[in-house]
Design a protein around this ligand. Structure first.
Ligand SMILES: *[C@@H]1O[C@H](CO)[C@@H](O)[C@H](O)[C@H]1NC(C)=O
Ligand SMILES: *[C@@H]1O[C@H](CO)[C@@H](O)[C@H](O)[C@H]1NC(C)=O
Ligand SMILES: *[C@@H]1O[C@H](CO)[C@@H](O)[C@H](O)[C@H]1NC(C)=O
Ligand SMILES: *[C@@H]1O[C@H](CO)[C@@H](O)[C@H](O)[C@H]1NC(C)=O
Ligand SMILES: *[C@@H]1O[C@H](CO)[C@@H](O)[C@H](O)[C@H]1NC(C)=O
Length: 376
């Protein structure tokens, strides 16, 4: 009777008080702590249960050690406890490389001789927008962003604002990891506006802008192409030729840029404002030079259509042509001159013989005087 009372009292005392939900947000593939505390003590028993997944056991601890025999496979090798702090009442669970499937409600059950306790944690995972890409494909540009959670939104806008219809539904794909890939294509119908694409999920938002192309005329010797007049701090810079061929990449302003092999002779350098300095150009370097500048929040793509005023190839061709023309002209002149001197010589001869004859005819008397050809 007294024993029963004692047991009943004990049960009454130790009925697990359930603690309300704690919200925890973690980033996809990062490490995450599910907090749980209790009064502390000895002979501690801890059970971590993923309630949403069907009360699966993800980590247990008793007899002063981890007990993983019944651990769900999905959590294998990803859970740990702060062992040195358990006796002080810290039953928090560290979960590594969190996945979207890890989301949901968790129960932390603790028990010591002083009592037991249940608390609940609600885990949310997010995969923020890392990067928004803009790529030209024929007469369209495609905006895309990948590996996002929860489902992102994508919007287009122009500057200046236009009444273009941007209501097309973006294409959304689900990856194996349950993340979202999103993309949308737009026909570049108005070449005189700048286009911006924004992708957002939760509190994370990034955008990319496509600036209308600017026409430039460069010289073969040296040409500077400006990147962007905004004061974007360079964290990532890519210069491309005709949208596909990479000229150079610079990841940080204090790190030298990497110039692709094909452009080594042409790239003289990059200025602090990301302008591209080119030299030694020829006509096959005419085309579109686009500069992609990214910082933490946005990507700016400016496009320049470069024409080259005078290329060494053209001028050497001109030079060759003029050399040929000059040679031909001098040959002609020479021939003419030869002909002319020949003709003149013949006339002279004719005249000489004529005058000799006349002299002979006209001055036959003075025999002591030699006949002079100059006489007339
Ligand atoms: C438990 O210990 C870890 C590691 O020191 C700490 O980050 C966490 O905040 C502690 N949690 C509680 C509930 O005390
Ligand atoms: C487009 O962007 C460029 C570069 O920032 C800017 O100079 C120009 O004014 C913009 N054009 C319009 C129509 O907003
Ligand atoms: C989503 O994007 C990632 C990263 O580029 C890619 O590896 C994956 O194949 C894409 N998945 C789908 C379903 O499109
Ligand atoms: C210009 O290009 C030619 C060959 O294409 C190369 O021999 C020459 O060194 C280059 N000049 C400079 C200044 O890089
Ligand atoms: C680059 O693009 C321009 C214009 O689109 C084109 O005329 C040129 O042939 C292209 N150059 C190369 C090397 O592909």
């Amino acid at each position: 009777m007294t024993r029963c009372l004692a047991v009943c009292l004990l049960i009454g005392n130790f009925l697990s008080p359930a603690v309300g939900n704690t919200e925890v947000s973690c980033v996809f593939m990062e490490s995450c702590i599910l907090p749980c505390s209790f009064q502390g003590g000895t002979d501690v028993v801890i059970h971590w249960i993923h309630v949403t997944a069907g009360d699966v056991q993800i980590h247990s601890y008793y007899y002063n050690t981890d007990q993983l025999a019944h651990q769900d496979q999905h959590f294998k090798g990803r859970t740990s406890m702060f062992k040195d702090q358990i006796s002080r009442g810290n039953a928090s669970l560290q979960l590594a490389e969190v996945k979207i499937q890890d989301q949901g409600r968790y129960k932390c059950y603790t028990s010591t001789i002083r009592g037991n306790k249940e608390s609940y944690i609600n885990l949310k995972i997010n995969a923020p927008v890392e990067r928004v890409k803009l790529e030209p494909v024929e007469n369209k540009i495609t905006c895309s962003s990948e590996m996002i959670y929860p489902e992102p939104e994508l919007t287009w806008s122009t500057s200046p604002p236009s009444n273009m219809n941007f209501d097309m539904k973006p294409e959304v794909q689900r990856t194996e990891e349950l993340l979202y890939n999103i993309s949308s294509s737009l026909i570049l119908s108005d070449p005189d506006v700048n286009y911006t694409c924004t992708v957002s999920t939760g509190s994370s938002r990034k955008r990319a802008s496509w600036f209308k192309p600017i026409s430039l005329v460069g010289s073969f010797a040296e040409t500077v192409i400006q990147c962007s007049d905004s004061n974007t701090k360079i964290t990532d810079l890519i210069w491309r030729f005709n949208h596909t061929e990479i000229i150079l990449i610079q990841t940080r302003p204090d790190v030298p840029c990497t110039v692709s092999e094909r452009w080594k002779q042409q790239v003289k350098g990059v200025s602090e404002s990301a302008s591209l300095l080119l030299q030694n150009l020829s006509s096959h370097h005419e085309g579109i030079y686009s500069c992609e500048l990214s910082d933490a929040g946005e990507t700016l793509i400016s496009n320049n259509f470069l024409r080259i005023k005078e290329s060494p190839a053209i001028s050497s061709r001109l030079f060759r042509a003029s050399v040929i023309a000059a040679t031909a002209a001098s040959v002609l002149l020479f021939v003419l001159a030869l002909y002319w001197t020949n003709k003149k010589g013949q006339q002279e001869n004719n005249r000489m013989s004529l005058s000799a004859e006349t002299q002979m005819n006209t001055v036959p008397k003075s025999t002591d005087e030699a006949p002079s050809p100059q006489s007339n």
